[in-house]
Design a binder for this molecule. Structure first.
Ligand code: BDR
Ligand code: CA
Length: 315
């Protein structure tokens, strides 16, 4: 079977880590590169985590360092409260031995897109700064991709009590996101589906059990333990692993259902900055530019995650 070449642009991050581990466990994917962007934590941390995850999971791919700051907005907030100060919960990586690529993230993305003309899937599960820079430098990027899938946006937000409409990744760099939505055919896996695919506390118990003491599963075991602890601390009986849903929707196309709509990103200096505004009623007269995730099969998703645990436990 011919593998699909993929790049994952990310800001690891606990759920980014699950996404990377999931993609690496799928035999239908070949990970060409992991590119890091500012987001959940400052770029210095997301870059190191990308380097370390490559070695921890034994992924043979390029690592690209990307943007340190959003295009125009200040970088005012990390999400260390959700992901831990290190970004990967309580896990402590071995010191990485390998260096990052000499090319910056956006050049790696373009370089691989050219090499794999029309075959490559680009995932972006952090703020869209690297993708906007790539597009600005290389306007033919969209035509070179097989598909462009993001975790971001959706029908509601998660940023703050004053901005209930924006999702974190889009909100961190709304100017980049606006530009990307204007230029690219986007498969948007947003909060409305990632929340509907939340993993139950008892599932995390099972994941820990599946991982057992296997050395190759130690990262996933620790992430699952951290996710369970998060559930208990917040009083919720489940935890959302957003970024992995974007990977799963390509691994099995029956997991997420999409509808085509016109979507724009609000980038003005207003309360809903970062909102992905979806023209559900087709009133704008504009042609759909986005495949909006609207349905998810939670059970299928959770099973995919458990299969990933089995993969690492048996490796
Ligand atoms: C998104 O924001 C980040 O905190 C997560 O990694 C995910 O990509 C969810 O809003
Ligand atoms: Ca992320």
């Amino acid at each position: 079977m011919k593998k699909i070449p993929i790049i994952i642009d990310c800001d690891p991050g606990v759920d980014d880590s699950y996404a990377l581990a999931l993609a690496n466990s799928h035999e239908g994917f070949e990970i060409l590169a992991i590119t890091a962007v500012e987001g959940n934590l400052p770029a210095s941390v997301t870059r190191r985590n990308a380097l370390c995850i490559r070695e921890e999971l034994g992924i043979n791919c390029r690592i690209g360092y990307g943007a340190e700051m959003p295009l125009k907005k200040e970088y005012t907030r990390g999400a260390a409260s959700v992901h831990g100060v290190s970004g990967v919960g309580t896990f402590v990586f071995d010191e990485p031995k390998l260096a990052p690529d000499e090319m910056p993230a956006w050049e790696i993305i373009y370089d691989e897109a050219v090499k794999h003309k029309g075959e490559m899937i680009l995932f972006a599960v952090g703020p869209l700064t690297n993708i906007a820079i790539c597009l600005e430098k290389h306007p033919d990027l969209p035509q070179l991709l097989k598909r462009f899938v993001i975790m971001g946006g959706g029908t509601f937000g998660n940023v703050s009590s004053t901005n209930k409409t924006a999702e974190f990744n889009i909100w961190v760099d709304p100017h980049a996101a606006k530009y990307v939505f204007e230029k690219m055919d986007v498969w948007m896996v947003g909060l409305n589906v990632t929340h509907a695919a939340a993993v139950e506390m008892t599932d995390f118990d099972e994941m820990v059990e599946i991982c057992g003491n296997a050395k190759n599963a130690r990262f996933i075991r620790e992430l699952s333990t951290f996710s369970k602890k998060n559930c208990m601390e917040t009083g919720a009986d489940n935890n959302v692993i957003h970024d992995a849903v974007a990977i799963a929707c390509v691994m099995d196309e029956t997991v997420v259902g999409f509808e085509d709509h016109y979507v724009f990103v609000e980038d003005g200096d207003c309360d809903n900055i970062g909102q992905t505004v979806i023209d559900f009623e087709k009133k704008s007269g504009k042609a759909p530019n986005c495949h909006v995730a609207m349905k998810v099969d939670q059970k299928k998703f959770v099973n995919i995650i458990k299969d990933m645990c089995r993969h690492y436990a048996q490796k």
